[in-house]
Ligand binder design. Structure first.
Ligand code: MG
Length: 277
């Protein structure tokens, strides 16, 4: 396979052919899929972004193929991600950037310990602060998020400065980091990132290590891309512009679905036909 330049635009069908070519008939294929901005478009409020029936059916068929496993990995809290997926599919659902996952059989796995000791003073200070209009705080198990999509630009910028100030004041051991996503700022333990799920997916399934395909639309997904092995596929969603460790680029969630659909219909074996999305 000839590798194009970093973040190169590619058609979903072409990409699906490349992935299937690299997988062959025997190698296990593991997907790491971001949710917001990747599988579904970014919505005004997180609760408005929901997996529709066509997406659930497609992920279910993909994850039910004996050669394939699917992990949806989001920054959302566990309850939030389960609600957004709207029903069970044959996929592992990793919340909080991979901190905690719910497997297809319902089992819950923690990939890192909750950072309570480090995060507690930040939680206290954040509650005492009056945030700019339209900014709201979300408490998660592993992190604390500041949502700015309801705030004007200057309010969002001011909230970011305030949050960095708080973390700078209380995090003497520098065990936390402030991560900036799309209209969200998140305080996380440094060891918590989507690369944890890459390591988890890399567990050998059929003797050989699986081929990994990671897809995401923002900076938190770059942690997963950087954890991939040579030959794996990193796919950034969106327009060119931001630096990325991904080799390929798809434009938007409809193209991501088209790509996944393309993989599904090319997979070997009877009884695994694609669905229209
Ligand atoms: Mg995203």
């Amino acid at each position: 396979v000839v590798r194009p330049a970093v973040g190169a635009r590619i058609s979903p069908d072409h990409l699906a052919s490349l992935v299937l070519g690299a997988t062959g008939r025997t190698r296990h294929l593991a997907f790491l899929l971001d949710f917001d901005g990747t599988l579904v478009p970014i919505a005004k409020r997180p609760e408005l972004a929901r997996a529709d029936a066509a997406l659930r059916v497609m992920l279910d068929r993909l994850g039910s193929h004996p050669q394939v496993s699917v992990a949806v990995v989001s920054g959302r809290s566990r309850e939030d991600l389960l609600a957004a997926m709207g029903g069970s599919v044959r996929a592992s659902l990793f919340a909080e950037h991979g901190g905690v996952g719910v497997l297809p059989d319902g089992a819950v796995v923690f990939l890192t310990k909750p950072p309570n000791g480090d995060l507690l003073p930040v939680r206290h200070r954040v509650r005492e602060v009056t945030w700019p209009e339209g900014v709201w705080v979300e408490e998660k198990d592993m992190a604390l998020a500041l949502h700015t999509r309801g705030a004007p630009r200057d309010g969002a910028a001011r909230a970011g400065t305030m949050l960095r100030q708080i973390v700078g004041d209380v995090d003497r051991g520098q065990r936390l980091r402030v991560l900036e996503g799309k209209e969200i700022l998140e305080v996380q333990p440094r060891g918590l990132h989507k690369g944890l799920v890459v390591e988890w997916l890399r567990r050998p399934q059929t003797g050989k290590s699986p081929l990994l395909v990671a897809i995401g639309d923002d900076r938190t997904d770059e942690d997963a891309f950087r954890s991939l092995a040579p030959g794996d596929f990193a796919i950034r969603v969106g327009h060119a512009g931001e630096p990325t460790a991904a080799s390929f680029r798809l434009l938007d969630p409809p193209e991501v679905r088209w790509f996944l659909q393309g993989v599904l219909i090319r997979l070997p074996g009877p009884g695994f036909q694609g669905v229209c999305v």
